[in-house]
Design a protein around this ligand. Structure first.
Ligand SMILES: *[C@@H]1O[C@H](CO)[C@@H](O)[C@H](O)[C@H]1NC(C)=O
Ligand SMILES: *[C@@H]1O[C@H](CO)[C@@H](O)[C@H](O)[C@H]1NC(C)=O
Ligand SMILES: *[C@@H]1O[C@H](CO)[C@@H](O)[C@H](O)[C@H]1NC(C)=O
Ligand SMILES: *[C@@H]1O[C@H](CO)[C@@H](O)[C@H](O)[C@H]1NC(C)=O
Length: 468
């Protein structure tokens, strides 16, 4: 029923252009077979305010790289109950209703004899948490029982949630799916926002495990032609980042949109039996910085997952050392944080990451984060030391890309991010569903990209640490 309503509404619209506005979802636009939804990065004001609250602090230290950044507005149930959730490509489930009393990550820590205090950013702030809306199943006429056992979901950054599951409708813009299973938190830790995972299930793009994931349901209920979406995070100072379900926007990238099959990684169950784990895994085969070729290790490179829920990339420590040295940076004692000259952010070019079949330049302003505290700027490289493979290509890298995640064929399509308007082409079905060919923007790399760096914060820096 919902799918028909969506297609009927879409059929009346003109193709191409930027589609029609969607009531109740500011910035969302729909066209035949696609839905374009804006993503909100955390507001810089919120970060500034929280930081200014901390009295008597001096140096800004150790941003928390593990936090979520981008959010999306959705509605659950009938009548629709609006909520805001964080978008994450590193996990696969939707869950809502975090425990606001346990959301804070603020803490005092002693490192190297100094006491540091961390403060909450918008994603972990208990006050912000209460403003994001809650889902009450008792108020929905379309809810039904989900045949999925309760379980606890844990993330790499120590966020966790104990969930029970329900089945209800989900509305995102004009796109509505029915009977989608999702989690409702009984308790949660260290997050003030629910999470909408857009990663595949662990056992394959066609096999989400216990229940069909949202993207699969969208395709099955035919609100999009095949399970595929595009992500354009855009620059942090540009509020036009977006997710595009069922479409590709040819005016959001330059050069070729290269097709790269996702790879799998062998993992083990607790009983020792191994399996091929599915995530947005790609191979990093090379890296280049300031005309210097860096050694990515092992000759063949390393595997990393594309994870927009990670505020920094996690690379092999040896690679991070080369990046820091090449940028004439200094590693802060007791940490893996590389402090560099803020003037680097204004430079054109950046860190070239060679994937298996495509080079992406992570521009300097996406690679280096600037924190301003009491009018003193500190700039650090947005990479952290990963403990082991698989590593992570986090939000700062993805901001330099246009990425299409095609579940139907298990492929990534990736290009250099740009922004020259909007020309959305729907993704069809079959092996060549994702349109190929070059983007309609000229290369953005030659242009100076930094507008005003002084007040820029990385979305990742959700709980900065201050030296007391
Ligand atoms: C950190 O220490 C300061 C100073 O002792 C104190 O005021 C503050 O409440 C502490 N914060 C946390 C989160 O424990
Ligand atoms: C932000 O988006 C607008 C609209 O698409 C574009 O014109 C502008 O160049 C973008 N700015 C940056 C810094 O990318
Ligand atoms: C690092 O310092 C050296 C020596 O002063 C200089 O030649 C080089 O250009 C600097 N590297 C960067 C990335 O600025
Ligand atoms: C998913 O299943 C379809 C139909 O069975 C098949 O054609 C396709 O190759 C599968 N895709 C992947 C990535 O395994």
């Amino acid at each position: 029923m919902s799918s028909l309503a969506f297609l009927a509404a879409a059929a009346g619209l003109l193709t191409g252009a930027s589609g029609a506005a969607v009531d109740g979802f500011p910035g969302a636009t729909a066209g035949p077979g696609y839905l374009h939804v804006p993503l909100s990065p955390p507001t810089q004001d919120a970060l500034l305010r929280k930081r200014a609250d901390v009295a008597g602090t001096t140096n800004l230290e150790l941003p928390n790289f593990g936090s979520f950044g981008y959010t999306i507005d959705i509605s659950l149930g009938t009548p629709p109950q609006p909520l805001t959730v964080a978008v994450d490509t590193g996990s696969s489930e939707l869950w809502v209703n975090p425990d606001c009393t346990k959301s804070s990550r603020a803490k005092n820590e002693t490192i190297d004899g100094h006491v540091y205090v961390s403060v909450d950013g918008p994603i972990t702030d208990p006050v912000e948490c209460k403003k994001r809306g809650r889902y009450e199943s008792s108020k929905s006429s379309s809810v039904s029982k989900a045949d999925v056992d309760d379980r606890t979901i844990s993330y790499l950054d120590e966020t966790s949630a104990a969930l029970s599951y329900v089945k209800d409708s989900i509305t995102i813009g004009s796109l509505k799916i029915d009977d989608q299973i999702f989690g409702v938190a009984k308790t949660s830790q260290r997050t003030g926002i629910g999470i909408m995972g857009f990663g595949p299930g662990s056992f394959g793009f066609n096999n989400s495990g216990t229940y069909p994931l949202i993207l699969t349901t969208m395709a099955r209920q035919k609100v999009i032609a095949s399970p595929a979406f595009s992500m354009h995070l855009n620059h942090l100072d540009n509020k036009t980042g977006s997710v595009l379900f069922g479409g590709v926007d040819k005016k959001k990238y330059s050069g070729s949109l290269a097709k790269i099959p996702f790879i799998t990684v062998e993992k083990k169950f607790s009983n020792g039996q191994s399996f091929q784990h599915t995530s947005y895994y790609v191979k990093v085969k090379g890296a280049k910085l300031a005309d210097k070729t860096l050694d990515v290790g092992g000759g063949d490179g390393f595997v990393a997952s594309l994870d927009c829920g990670s505020g920094a990339s996690l690379f092999p420590p040896a690679l991070n050392k080369q990046i820091c040295t090449t940028l004439n940076g200094t590693v802060q004692a007791g940490t893996d944080r590389c402090i560099v000259d803020c003037a680097l952010r204004q430079r054109s070019g950046g860190l070239t990451i060679s994937l298996d079949g495509k080079d992406i330049v992570q521009t300097f302003d996406n690679l280096i984060d600037e924190n301003v505290h009491q009018e003193v700027s500190t700039c650090s490289v947005m990479v952290s030391d990963g403990a082991e493979s698989p590593y992570i290509l986090g939000a700062p890298f993805i901001r330099s890309t246009y990425s299409v995640f095609d579940w139907g064929n298990g492929n990534l399509h990736i290009a250099q991010s740009a922004d020259c308007g909007s020309n959305i082409v729907a993704i069809g079905s079959g092996p060549d569903a994702v349109p190929s060919g070059n983007g309609e923007c000229s290369s953005s790399l030659a242009v100076g990209t930094v507008v005003n760096s002084v007040l820029m914060f990385a979305s990742a820096v959700l709980s900065g640490l201050f030296l007391l």
